[in-house]
Design a binder for this molecule. Structure first.
Ligand code: HEM
Length: 189
C-alpha cells in the first residue's frame, strides 16, 4: 500500500549538520535532550538521524483549537507588516503537557490557555511579528516524546521582548500543566 506523505509533517533533526547552529540549550522542565551542534528542519518523516548521538523530533502543523475570530484577525493583522529579511535567530522549544491537561475538556483548556493565562494576549503584546510555527505530535503514526514542537524565528532586536514573553508564559497557570520543556537557541549559518 502506498501511503500519501503528510504535507504538514516536519522533522527537526538534531546532530552535526544543518542550517541552524546551536548557541545555547537549557532544560526548563523534565528530562533534557542530548546536546547537539546543529539542527536541520526538513519536510516529512525522517526516521532516524545519521549520527548515533543525534535525535529527531517530528510534528505536524494543524488547524487552530483555541483562537476566537477577533483573536485570529489580530494575529493575521500582526503578521502583515512590511516584509522583513530572513530572521537570523531561531528558538526550538519542544513541550509536553501532563495527563491533567489532556483530561480537561476543550472549553476548560481554552479557559486556562487564554482567559486565565493570556497566552495569545501576551504573545500579541510582546512578540506579534516574529515567525511562529506550532507542530502537534500526539496523533502521529508513532509515539513522540513531546506533545508540541514550537519553532520561532526572530531578529536580534526581538530577543528582549521574546525573553519577557517566555517568563510570562512560564509563570502562567497554563504552564503548571507543562511536564517537559527544553529550550534550544539557534543562529542561522
Ligand atoms: C510569539 C508570540 C506567540 C503568539 C502570538 C502565540 C500564539 C498562540 C496561539 C494563538 C496558540 C493557539 C493555537 C490554537 O488555537 O490551537 C498558541 C498555542 C501554543 N503556543 Fe503560543 N504563541 C506565542 C509564543 C509562544 C511561545 C514562546 C511558546 C513556548 C514557550 C508557545 C507555545 C505554545 C504551545 C505549546 C501551544 C499549544 C497549546 C495547546 O494546544 O495546548 N507559544 N500560541
Amino acid at each position: 500500500m502506498n501511503l500519501v506523505p503528510n504535507p504538514r509533517l516536519f522533522s527537526f533533526i538534531g546532530g552535526r549538520d544543518g542550517a541552524w547552529k546551536v548557541t545555547g540549550s537549557r532544560v526548563i522542565a523534565g528530562e533534557g535532550l542530548p546536546p547537539v551542534e546543529r539542527i536541520d528542519v526538513a519536510p516529512g518523516d525522517i526516521a532516524a538521524p545519521p549520527w548515533s548521538d543525534g535525535w529527531v523530533l517530528r510534528g505536524a502543523t494543524s488547524n487552530e483549537r483555541y483562537v476566537t475570530r477577533p483573536e485570529k484577525d489580530l494575529l493575521v493583522a500582526a503578521q502583515q507588516g512590511p516584509a522583513r529579511p530572513p530572521h537570523a535567530l531561531a528558538v526550538l522549544i519542544p513541550i509536553k503537557k501532563n495527563d491533567r491537561w489532556w483530561g480537561l475538556t476543550q472549553d476548560e483548556r481554552r479557559g486556562i490557555f487564554e482567559e486565565r493565562s493570556g497566552h495569545t494576549r501576551n504573545g500579541l503584546e510582546l512578540s506579534p511579528t516574529i515567525t511562529r510555527r506550532l507542530h502537534h505530535c500526539r496523533d502521529l503514526s508513532r509515539p513522540e516524546p513531546f506533545d508540541f514542537v514550537t519553532w520561532f524565528e526572530l531578529g536580534l532586536e526581538d530577543v528582549t521582548a521574546f525573553d519577557l514573553l517566555l517568563d510570562r508564559l512560564r509563570g502562567s497557570l497554563e504552564w503548571t500543566y507543562v511536564e517537559r520543556e527544553v529550550e534550544i537557541r539557534l543562529q542561522r549559518s
